[in-house]
Write a protein that binds this ligand. Structure first.
Ligand code: NAI
Length: 292
């Protein structure tokens, strides 16, 4: 099994920054890369704020926080990730963009390095085909937000080796996560089920079945979900939800996965959810919260 001392995280958005944080807290040196230097600065601040919150709540020691911060390195130069034992990719949910990155990572990283993707829906087998090491490519799908959500979904591509699987399973367990294993079909387990529900909530809104507040409240109190589907979509990112629906639609070939026109329109309008201040709900308002 590969010994994990250095992790490279590619993409420093909401998922990449959370994955970098838990890696550092669990004793791994982390190189975080993003092509956008502003995203790197935001990630550095959000990780530091999050570690200080854990410290103030007594869930992390002072030395734990200091050590974690010391282990984190931020770079806009992908080549700095060359000595990583594992790369965890968390960039935009686009097969072409991810494949192009995997081609570069295959050239840059050492031969033993594992290339893991945090993709929500895209075929691991196809990402692996962009590399010369398909046996070392695997899906390692964290939930949002990675530091608090207990699950990691592991997806083996057609050629993923047992050794790669064992190494990533052990890493997820070191992070304190429970794992589930999925076959490599569009959306895997969690998003195969979650995204059609979110898409249906958009259809309910689109066809004026109810207000957004009542749709969310109905699913919270009626089915005991901690968040309503529209609030959750805003947290995930409407752009990410739309990308996943497109992958489900293309990969599973059933019209029931066609993205709701209202979801498409919101994304076209730049309403990407919480991360940009507006999605289904408007977070720039004084309340800052959906008000069902
Ligand atoms: P995000 O939009 O918050 O962050 C993506 C980051 O990747 C951005 O900072 C962007 O500058 C960077 N990036 C884009 N192309 C790049 C490239 N070629 N090289 C380096 N950096 C690049 O996205 P988020 O939400 O963190 O999602 C990232 C991945 O995680 C996606 O594959 C998504 O499907 C998956 N995911 C998302 C979840 C969510 O709830 N948002 C949950 C689980 C997985």
């Amino acid at each position: 099994m590969v010994e994990i001392e250095i992790i490279g995280v590619v993409g420093s958005g909401q998922m990449g920054s959370g994955i970098a944080q838990i890696s550092a807290v669990h004793g791994v040196d982390v190189w975080v890369h993003d092509t956008d230097t502003a995203a790197l600065s935001r990630a550095s601040k959000s990780i530091s704020d999050s570690l200080h919150r854990l410290l103030s709540k007594g869930r992390l020691s002072q030395s734990g926080a200091t050590d974690a911060l010391r282990r984190l390195h931020y770079t806009s130069n992908l080549e700095e990730l060359r000595s990583a034992d594992v790369i965890i990719e968390a960039i935009v949910e686009s097969e072409e963009v991810k494949k192009s990155l995997f081609r570069k990572l295959d050239k840059i990283t050492k031969a033993s390095a594992i290339l893991a993707s945090n993709t929500s829906s895209i075929s691991i087998t196809r990402l692996a085909s962009a590399t010369s090491r398909p046996h070392q490519v695997i899906g390692m799908h964290f939930m949002n937000p990675p530091p608090t959500m207990k699950l990691v979904e592991i997806i083996r591509g057609a050629d993923t080796s047992d050794e790669t699987f064992r190494t990533i399973k052990t890493l997820a367990e070191r992070f304190g996560k429970t794992i589930i294993c999925s076959q490599d079909f569009s959306g895997f387990i969690v998003n195969r089920i979650l995204m059609p529900m979110i898409n249906e909530a958009f259809f309910a809104l689109y066809t004026a079945v109810a207000t957004k507040e009542n749709i969310d409240l109905g699913m919270k109190l009626g089915t005991n979900h901690p968040m309503g589907p529209l609030e959750l979509a805003d947290l995930i990112g409407l752009d990410v939800c739309l990308s996943i629906m497109k992958v489900l639609y293309a990969g599973l070939g059933d019209s029931k996965y066609a993205p709701c026109p209202l979801l498409v329109q919101y994304v076209d309008a730049g309403r990407h959810g919480r991360k940009c201040g507006i999605g289904v709900y408007n977070y720039s308002k004084a309340s800052q919260k959906p008000n069902p």
